[in-house]
Design a protein around this ligand. Structure first.
Ligand code: ADP
Ligand code: MG
Length: 339
């Protein structure tokens, strides 16, 4: 990039930091100089968003800035880590001052909310692509891993499932559902809330955790595989938002938009197999159920959806006890459907 273009980037990204004292040297030199807290383990994650693949092309720049950081903070939350630093690799088709201002507003609003300092990055020209790398800390041995689930553990999920993917399905025909509900669902797609606070409150007694980015079945499947266990889910307990329920009722299971995606129960298939929720799925020793209920009573939105079994495989039961198996397993960016 030319020096004037770099000035533009510097204006939007080299902001006074969050005041973190562990950033010895941030943006401006050849590399950042960082001081991890003594004795802590460093947790690092990176995720890339490609325009038209990981977000619809009509997504506003402020939401893209938010989401690029949010999906990474979600990975730190899934490890039980306290976030600290971020780096941003931005590939832009052209330098657009207005777009950069909006993007950085979305990025920094979320960064401030989680006390994350942007300490460096890279800026190149090309098709719109955003990579964010984040780092955080955990007490040694306390990271939530995928491999810690044991038979008898209760399985929980934060928030609600299926909202973002329903918004994506409806993107081509939003008029099919009430506008307020669509706007709320679209907010879940564009501005996922990383469950960092929830993860930090759960520290010390999560046995296994993962964030749900590719659909509950696929992501819980990774936990089961890593832990060498199975699970049974109570589908009637899958948390659904009021907007999700209202929209599915308005459409009916036979609606062509849903039929492109599901050949069974639309609500279950969306909640189980559609991506972009960025909720946490975790297991706890059943002896800790009362502590979780106390957290839930204290405002933490989490729901017990099933139990870990010794028998491998994932079984899903409807309220009447019959088993149900969706045709699809995981998110594949709606291959063959809308982008
Ligand atoms: P170099 O050529 O040494 O890699 P760059 O010109 O790529 O240096 O970057 C100069 C400084 O600006 C570095 O500190 C880098 O981390 C920072 N930087 C570049 N692009 C971004 C960005 N999009 N967001 C944050 N910091 C950035
Ligand atoms: Mg560089």
């Amino acid at each position: 990039m030319s020096s004037s273009e770099f000035d533009l980037i510097a204006r939007h990204f080299a902001r006074p930091g969050t005041g973190r004292s562990d950033v010895v040297l941030g943006i401006g030199d050849d590399a950042a100089l960082l001081r991890p807290p003594p004795g802590m383990e460093l947790v690092a994650a990176i995720d890339t968003l490609v325009a038209g693949v990981h977000f619809p092309l009509d997504t506003d720049a402020e939401s893209i800035g938010h989401k690029a950081l949010a999906v990474n903070l979600s990975d730190l939350a899934a490890m039980g880590a306290a976030p600290a630093w971020a780096m941003l690799a931005l590939t832009l088709p052209q330098v657009d001052e207005r777009w950069l201002a909006d993007f950085s507003r979305g990025f920094f609003a979320l960064a401030r909310a989680h006390d994350v300092a942007l300490v460096g990055g890279d800026t190149t020209r090309g098709p719109l692509t955003i990579s964010v790398q984040v780092q955080g800390f955990v007490t040694p041995g306390e990271a939530f891993r995928r491999g810690g689930a044991r038979p008898g553990d209760l399985i929980y999920v934060t928030g609600t499932l299926g909202d973002a993917s329903l918004a994506l399905l409806l993107a081509s025909a939003p008029g099919v559902v009430p506008p307020e509900e669509f706007a709320w669902l679209r907010g879940r797609l564009d501005r996922p809330q990383p469950r960092v606070a929830e993860a930090l409150r759960l520290r010390g007694w999560v046995r296994a955790a993962i964030d749900v980015s590719d659909g509950l079945l696929a992501d819980l499947g990774h936990v089961l595989e890593a832990s060498e266990v199975g699970a049974t889910l109570a589908l009637d307990r899958l948390p659904q938002s009021p907007a999700f329920r209202t929209c599915l009722e308005a459409m009916g299971d036979a609606h062509p938009i849903l039929r492109r995606f599901t050949s069974g129960l639309a609500w279950a298939d969306l909640a189980l197999t559609a991506g972009d929720d960025y909720e946490l799925c975790f297991t706890v020793d059943p002896a800790n159920a009362a502590r979780l209920n106390a957290l839930a009573a204290d405002g933490m939105v989490c729901t017990c959806i099933g139990v870990i079994d010794a028998t491998p495989g994932l079984r899903c039961r409807l309220a009447d006890g019959t088993s149900y198996g969706p045709q699809r397993r995981g998110y594949d960016h709606f291959a063959g459907g809308p982008a």
